[in-house]
Design a protein around this ligand. Sequence first.
Ligand SMILES: [Zn+2]
Ligand SMILES: [Zn+2]
Ligand SMILES: [Zn+2]
Length: 261
Amino acid sequence: MRVTFLGTGTSTGVPIIGCGCKVCLSTDPRNQRLRQSIWIQHRGASILIDTSSDFRQQALRYKIRKIDAILYTHHHADHIFGLDDTRVFAYRQRAQIPVYGTEETLEGIRKTFWYVFADIPEGGGRPKIDPKAITGPFDLLGLRVVPLQGDHGSMPVTGYRMDGFAYLTDCKRVPPETLQALSGLDVLVINALRYSPEHPTHMTVGEALAVTEAARPRRTFLIHMGHELDYAELAKALPPGVEPAYDGMVLDIESTKESVK
Ligand SMILES: [Zn+2]
Ligand SMILES: [Zn+2]
Ligand SMILES: [Zn+2]
């Protein structure tokens, strides 16, 4: 399974429009973060987790040529606003794209993208998606997908585990049952906004490290980072086995066990 980080930034992206701070002005490409999303490739299948506000740019930059499914974590703007740009994939593939999320997330998408579901003339075209509400683990294109519930402060958020890989974005807290479901991981990807102060809906670096210490994955990568975090400084300060992700980082994850034939 190959994971490509399409974006590793918090909702504003980094640099933040109009900001003159050290990280926003940095020339280190690892400090330039599009909005949070990853792309999973597995045995020819192409799966997105979220369609960020920067999805068009990400699809061009990383040469995404098809989408077989989209898994949504929640319906905040930075995670869903790229949905309209999936139009081109639906035309080319001549099929609806299955889109997975909790009923609450799908309802948020239906409200935001009302025209996708409305009985109106086609005009410039619309995304063609097939919403599928998730209630528990399911099989997807040769992968066993285990949804993980996270707490995003004001709302729930869905993380996903696939074999030895788990992805948790936009969490403030990880409930005990989710922590249990993170045992035996090869790779954990988890959000960390900044060092301090604490944030009501996102983990700090310290809070993400506490989850890492409890779950004990082999490797951890931090995502959804703000302009308070300079890549090189953060990388130096993190304990062994934990590193910040950056846009364009690719992980090849070996299967620890074949879950589906
Ligand atoms: Zn977000
Ligand atoms: Zn800044
Ligand atoms: Zn969010």
